[in-house]
Ligand binder design. Structure first.
Ligand code: F6P
Length: 319
């Protein structure tokens, strides 16, 4: 292993920049040449590949987004796209790759590994939904963004005695919704992992207001339905004065939290160590507070399990 490359792929996440920094600096520290691939797999296909220096990754530890840019790349799913990417890897004499992204990005890297280019995945997505790891980069920052938004919405919700429906991201996972709902004291959290009837939701809202609650916060994970759809359903059951806030892509931006910077540094460095051991098809993760590497197939063949005890706790605490 003499020359490695790093790329970021899929939806960006705060923490990707510190992870790039860690890969580049750890790689150089270990005597490797480190290249950067721009625009994810698309850039790999198009040969947007450049040598990285220590300076290139200076002043990015605190920046959101990804300095290498990211993309979702349908072309890489085709044989032709994969062939072109492999040609570029050969042309640039790259011996191994670190792929920072979600499980979709991992599937792509398995293709390269199967063609003899060892790849290691670093989990980077705000959704916290990659099987095999307890943590994905960006989750903590996104969570704090959502909680800050809930706190602000709560002020106006109280002033007007309104029910607010806040739609959060997470794709098919309820992690952002549950953690943010618990941290923000939401009355109701709707997640794809649990099917709650409209009757029980309405009953809880009404018992709260009969106890004198001035407002209600309802968090809806996008994997359940949109906030607006839920508002329409709620209107069929109650006459409550409701408003909808869709937080959207602000959840993906912003300066990475201290936790995301630390995790990114550890994940990135570990990925380089795994490549140095000549291992490919591995994913980096956090298990029982330890940084580990595991078979990447687990990441896209396994199932992400949300800790439902937090969901139940939030219900107990929001009676
Ligand atoms: O995977 C991260 C994520 O932000 C999801 O939470 C969301 O469903 C999706 O990406 C949005 O993707 P895009 O930015 O391509 O619309």
């Amino acid at each position: 292993m003499k020359r490695i490359a790093v790329l970021t792929s899929g939806g960006d996440a705060p923490g990707m920049n510190p992870a790039i920094r860690a890969v580049v600096r750890k790689g150089i520290y270990e005597g490797l040449e480190v290249y950067g691939v721009y625009n994810g797999y698309q850039g790999l296909i198009e040969g947007k590949i450049e040598p990285m220096t220590l300076g290139f990754v200076g002043d990015i530890i605190q920046r959101g987004g990804t300095k290498l840019y990211s993309a979702r790349c349908p072309e890489f799913r085709t044989e032709e796209g994969q062939k072109r990417a492999l040609e570029q890897i050969k042309k640039h004499q790259i011996d191994g790759l670190v792929i920072i992204g979600g499980d979709g990005s991992y599937q792509g890297s398995m293709v390269l590994t199967n063609h003899g280019i060892p790849c290691v995945g670093v989990p980077g997505t705000i959704d916290n939904d990659i099987p095999g790891t307890d943590y994905t980069l960006g989750f903590d920052t996104a969570l704090n963004t959502v909680v800050e938004a809930i706190d602000k919405i709560r002020d106006t919700a109280t002033s007007h005695e309104r029910t607010f429906i806040i739609e959060v991201m997470g794709r098919d996972a309820g992690d952002i919704a549950v953690w943010a709902g618990l941290a923000g004291g939401a009355e109701t959290i709707l997640i794809p992992e649990v099917n709650e009837s409209m009757e029980s939701i309405v009953q809880r809202l009404e018992s709260g207001s009969s106890r004198g609650k001035k407002h209600s916060i309802i968090i809806v994970a996008e994997g359940v339905m949109s906030g607006n759809e839920f508002a329409d359903k709620l209107k069929e059951h109650t006459a409550m004065d409701t408003r909808v806030s869709v937080l959207g892509h602000i959840q993906r931006g912003g300066t990475p939290s201290a936790r995301d910077r630390v995790m990114a540094s550890q994940f990135g460095a570990k990925a380089v160590e795994v490549l140095l051991q000549g291992k490919g098809g591995r994913a980096i993760g956090l298990r029982h507070n330890q940084i580990v590497d595991y078979d990447m197939k687990e990441a896209f063949e396994g199932k992400h399990e949300l800790d439902l005890s937090m969901y139940h706790l939030s219900k107990e605490l929001s009676i």
